[in-house]
Ligand binder design. Structure first.
Ligand code: FNR
Length: 341
């Protein structure tokens, strides 16, 4: 990666404390493996929202794959397809959503940003539905961009040939606090930000399942469940928005406890090894999403790089299951992991 891309893809917000604790929280978790169980017929497969997954992880939605490789999202989708893993396509994809959908039959999840109004957000969702996406993720934790010092210091700018092509027809609701030193940020953005009532409207109006991504507080998780979200993703955007936000792994157990065992709770942030997936599942996640390691694979070797990273993670996860005495993901229980926080 160029130094600028490196700063864009790998940096967190502020002092990068949240992006760091996302990773270090996994090192505070200790697995107490079980021995001598019958593992015949074991499998890493699982079912989330009625959909079969080859392993309990997906590629997290992240923006502008063409910064890293040409082609961008279509290469990532091919890499995902090769390993039967789903990619969640970002609203800020740098390639047309129907082209990405066409090369990735298995990747049918689409991530939505709030587009400034109910109608515009619904319009984007319907565009993606018409292209064959079936499952939707509304990201709610980045109403404004975080203050990413490393990226600013590196002088990161999108080159003219890379843009969020699927959002071209929508007015950009984004606003960066550094754009205007005199500004009162609330005045610029508060009136176009969604509230629970807007999101409840979207979930009720739109005909496909919508998960909410970016929840850390158990009360928000309960609210998401109440308004009919198909599931939630415990996430802090990889530490790219609010620095000092808690590690997602620490946020997960109280949320799972609040919502009960049946509700689909997914999580992301800081997953770097197959055993991290096992730890997240033991603490109650039904599946996880993985961001930066995929970006690195794409940067190094395009679709092959993505496929390779996914293979490594799948193999490591399967080995972690075997070594912990878990034949199926249902065997990955809470008492397998001790979390020292
Ligand atoms: C993101 N993420 C993100 N999330 C989202 O909902 N829409 C988006 O467009 C983006 N864009 C984006 C760009 C980059 C460069 C990164 C690193 C991340 C957040 C992403 O979905 C996910 O929450 C985190 O990346 C997970 O953390 P790890 O796996 O990167 O530690």
């Amino acid at each position: 990666m160029s130094p600028r891309n490196h700063a864009y893809f790998l940096a967190g917000a502020g002092d990068e404390q949240t992006s760091a604790v996302n990773e270090s929280a996994f090192r505070q978790a200790h697995v107490t493996p079980r021995m001598l169980r019958d593992l015949r017929g074991g499998t890493p497969e699982t079912t989330v929202l009625g959909q079969k997954l080859a392993a309990p992880f997906l590629i997290a939605p992240f923006a502008y794959h063409r910064l890293l490789h040409q082609p961008g999202e279509t290469a990532t989708a091919r890499g995902a397809e090769a390993q039967s893993i789903k990619m969640v396509l970002s609203a800020q994809s740098s390639e047309p959503l129907d082209e990405v959908r066409a090369v990735g039959p298995g990747s049918d999840w689409f991530q939505l940003h709030w587009m400034g109004s109910r109608q515009a957000t619904l319009e984007l969702a319907q565009m993606a539905l018409a292209a064959g996406f079936t499952t939707f993720v509304l990201t709610i934790d980045a109403p404004v961009q975080g203050v990413r010092d490393r990226e600013i210091e590196a002088g990161f700018r999108l080159p003219p040939d890379v843009s969020a092509v699927n959002l071209a027809k929508f007015a950009s609701p984004s606003f960066s606090p550094r754009d205007d030193a005199q500004s009162v940020i609330f005045d610029h953005v508060a009136q176009i930000l969604p509230t629970w009532a807007d999101v409840a409207w979207l979930i009720e109006t739109f005909q496909a399942p919508v998960l909410l991504k970016g929840i850390l507080h158990p009360e928000d998780a309960a609210q998401a469940q109440r308004i009919g979200a198909a599931g939630i993703i415990v996430s802090n955007h990889g530490g790219r928005v609010l620095d000092r936000a808690s590690a997602t792994l620490s946020a997960l157990p109280p949320i799972v406890e609040r919502l009960g065992p049946g509700y689909p709770v997914l999580m992301d942030g800081g997953i770097r090894r197959g055993v991290d997936i096992l730890i997240a599942l033991a603490l109650g996640a039904k599946a996880v999403l993985i961001g930066r390691p995929i970006a690195c694979g794409l940067a190094v070797a395009g679709d092959l790089g993505v496929s390779h990273v996914l293979r490594l993670l799948s193999d490591e996860f399967e080995i972690a299951m075997l070594l912990s005495g878990c034949a199926t993901v249902q065997d990955i229980r809470r008492d397998l992991v001790y979390l020292k926080l």
